[in-house]
Design a binder for this molecule. Structure first.
Ligand code: SF4
Length: 250
């Protein structure tokens, strides 16, 4: 593994990770943070950055969790991830499940993603509770937040997205997204520079998911307007409620 420290990209990512954490009060002294590691490189970048000394954030502890969805009966992805964790001195809990295959079975009458993400989250919440963690960090970056806004508008008829710091269970637990200010492009570049492993996602729904549809759409729109992602991200902080139709107001 190549060393991370002091490259321009590393310093840039650290600066904006800390800025997002400060702006949204993500980390408090003594927090125990469970980092959700999906197998994709984004969450490995998050784990790597959170493991390095912080300039402006108070002391906190981290451990990682990976929920194996069971698409590969041999669990090769989990094995590779376990190796990465021990090579890099990370503590990681690996939970083997059949969530992915069950979500695609005839027993599930809902869309696979709906059940799969619900059950995966439930597993992570349980592990957070068992491990005494009060924060769960996910590797969602700025592009994930933009895509989710569009997915929710296009397919769920609502204007909403992933929150950088979202309290749940009456604030007993918080979901935090420290990569919220960082673009997917830079996160992937850092993962490449560091030689992080890419664990393939064997889910049959992934290539045809709503997320993939929106990703491709944004890529096309960006050819005509290179500011489109920036504009969408900033639009979320400039909501003019007076200019949105609300029944009963007029
Ligand atoms: S794309 Fe596959 S792995 Fe991802 S949430 Fe949907 S069903 Fe689960």
């Amino acid at each position: 593994m190549k060393p991370a420290k002091d490259t321009r990209l590393f310093l840039h990512l650290k600066k904006w990770l800390e800025q997002a954490a400060l702006d949204y009060n993500m980390i408090e002294k003594g927090d125990r943070v469970l980092v959700g590691v999906s197998g994709g490189t984004d969450s490995l970048v998050l784990l790597d950055l959170l493991s390095t000394p912080m300039l402006h954030l108070p002391h906190f502890e981290i451990l990682a969790v990976h929920v194996d969805l069971g698409f590969d009966p041999a669990h090769a992805g989990s094995g590779a991830l376990q190796q990465f964790m021990s090579d890099n001195g990370h503590t990681c809990i690996i939970k083997k499940t059949d969530i992915g295959t069950f979500s695609h079975s005839p027993a599930n009458r809902k869309k696979p993603c709906f059940l799969c993400s619900r059950l995966r989250r439930k597993e992570i919440f349980t592990i957070a509770d068992e491990q005494g963690c009060n924060k769960i960090a996910f590797g969602h970056h700025r592009d994930d937040i933009i895509e989710t806004l569009l997915i929710n508008m296009f397919f769920a008829r609502e204007i909403s997205t992933m929150m950088p710091n979202q309290p749940i269970f009456n604030g007993k637990l918080h979901i935090i997204r420290p990569l919220a200010y960082l673009s997917e492009h830079l996160v992937k570049r850092y993962a490449h520079e560091r030689g992080f492993p890419h664990i393939p996602n064997l889910c049959p729904t992934a290539p045809v998911s709503h997320r993939m549809y929106v990703k491709n759409l944004l890529r096309d729109l960006e050819k005509d307007n290179r500011h489109i992602r920036d504009n969408l991200f900033k639009a979320m902080s400039h909501v003019k409620l007076d200019y949105l139709p609300q029944k009963g107001n007029t």
